[in-house]
Design a protein around this ligand. Structure first.
Ligand code: HEM
Length: 410
């Protein structure tokens, strides 16, 4: 029977809201308005996923960090209650230690931490600067408009992770195409399966070559773990796949979306263009990570023992989604959170997650973004969008938010 005041059936009124929620096309940099409303109402609420399951959605910063830091949550997709992916088409799949719990997660992660340590990453800064300068030289040598994603945003992190891993960059079109399918929420399980098998098969082949003839790269070091009996060939391949995907898709989207956000905030862009202070550039990187939060579908976990949050109990066997993009806009932590302000101290953001799974590649991502944001707008001060904002295609259909193309000219 319909409610007389609203005309809505009582069960529909009580039903958990659907997740993910739509963004507002007028505000492509902001989280969906419904998330803001939920955050105002309280730290957690039930939502409904495409398959009818109802995990908890955690919207406030403090509770998100508390749960992500709690050993009673599991990142293992096989755990009962683990919130299924974004859409019926998305399919599931295991991607090495990002989907494992300690102690196995820690054992595998430790094998590849060394190259991402701050000192090692800083040693790569001059090489990254050369890559960025070279790509800008190429852009300026040709006519505009160009697609910034294609000629700049994607090549930078791809070249860097290829160099680190020892994957020949000449193969970038092959793996970028397949990676795009793997992170597209609308890909069918078959499409995702084919894409994953193609790249995994390719990486397994490269690992085989490094087993026979090691070089000075991360693939050789991973292959060494196979020889030592610490990893199977399959585990080594999954690890290489995780690093290849995480190493380029994320940073590429931050470069393109960050540039678009700055072009839409000319006062902030001017600050960045005119500064010689590396601290302000670093601050801009943190603020753009906070403001844009590209891993927009949340950190997903299954709860393995009851967890009390305020007066609410999340029960063992229930799923929980920490939607960090709204955590990064929590007014309790960031004053005037919807304002892009590159001078604020945004370092507490949760754009790299929190807890044991916190992003392994964050020093590398930070350094790449600092070089890009500190160089591009100085070298091309007249950089501008070559189409209307309404014509930019945003990646609402991908696990990692960004833009499909970014036509720019100067
Ligand atoms: C702006 C760029 C990046 C963003 C926003 C980002 C974001 C994230 C987030 C949110 C997580 C946590 C996942 C979770 O808790 O479930 C994560 C994990 C991870 N990231 Fe990144 N990432 C970026 C760049 C990179 C780069 C360059 C690499 C290099 C290979 C990388 C490698 C990883 C790995 C291996 C994990 C899994 C860590 C673990 O499970 O212990 N990421 N990243």
């Amino acid at each position: 029977m319909a409610d007389t005041a609203t005309g809505i059936a009582p069960q529909a009124q009580d039903a958990a809201p659907e997740f993910p929620m739509p963004r507002q096309s007028r505000c492509p940099f902001d989280p969906p308005p419904a998330l803001k409303d939920l955050q105002e109402q309280g730290p957690l609420t039930k939502v409904r996923l495409w398959d009818g399951s109802e995990p908890w959605l955690v919207t406030r910063y403090a509770e998100q960090r508390a749960i992500l830091g709690d050993p009673r949550v599991s990142a293992d997709t096989d755990q009962p209650g683990y919130p299924t992916k974004a859409s019926p088409e998305a399919g599931e799949g295991k991607l090495s230690f990002i989907m494992m719990d300690d102690p196995e997660h820690a054992r595998l992660r430790r094998m590849v931490t060394a190259p991402f340590a701050i000192k090692k990453v800083e040693a790569l800064r001059p090489a990254v600067q050369r890559i960025v300068d070279g790509l800008i030289d190429d852009m300026l040598a040709g006519p505009g408009p160009v697609d910034l994603v294609d000629v700049f945003a994607l090549p930078i992190p791809s070249l860097v992770i290829c160099e680190l891993l020892g994957v020949p960059y000449e193969e970038h079109e092959f793996f970028q195409e397949h990676t795009k399918t793997m992170v597209r929420t609308t890909a069918t399980p078959e499409e995702r399966g084919v894409a994953t098998r193609e790249v995994a098969g390719y990486l397994a082949g490269l690992l085989g070559k490094r087993l026979a003839e090691p070089k000075d790269d991360l693939l050789s070091s991973i292959a060494g773990r196979i020889t030592a009996g610490e990893l199977t060939h399959q585990q080594a391949t999954e690890m290489a796949l995780l690093l290849l995907i995480a190493g380029h898709e994320t940073t590429a989207n931050m470069i393109a979306l960050g540039t678009l956000a700055l072009l839409q905030h000319p006062d902030q862009l001017a600050l960045l263009r005119e500064t010689d202070d590396p601290k302000l550039v670093a601050s801009a990187v943190e603020e753009l990570l906070r403001y844009l939060h590209i891993t927009h579908l949340g950190r997903r976990r299954a709860v393995t023992e009851d967890i009390e949050i305020g007066d609410q109990v999340i029960k063992a066997g229930e799923g929980v989604i920490m939607v960090n993009e709204i955590g990064n806009r929590d007014p309790e932590v960031f004053a005037d959170p919807d304002r892009l302000d590159i001078t604020r101290d945004a370092r507490r953001h949760v754009a790299f997650g929190f807890g044991v799974h916190q992003c392994l590649g964050q020093p590398l991502a930070r350094m790449e973004l600092q070089v890009v944001y500190g160089t591009l707008y100085k070298r091309i001060p007249t950089l501008k969008l070559a189409c209307a904002l309404e014509d930019v295609r945003f990646k609402t259909d991908a696990f990692i938010y960004g833009v499909h193309e970014l036509p720019v000219t100067w």
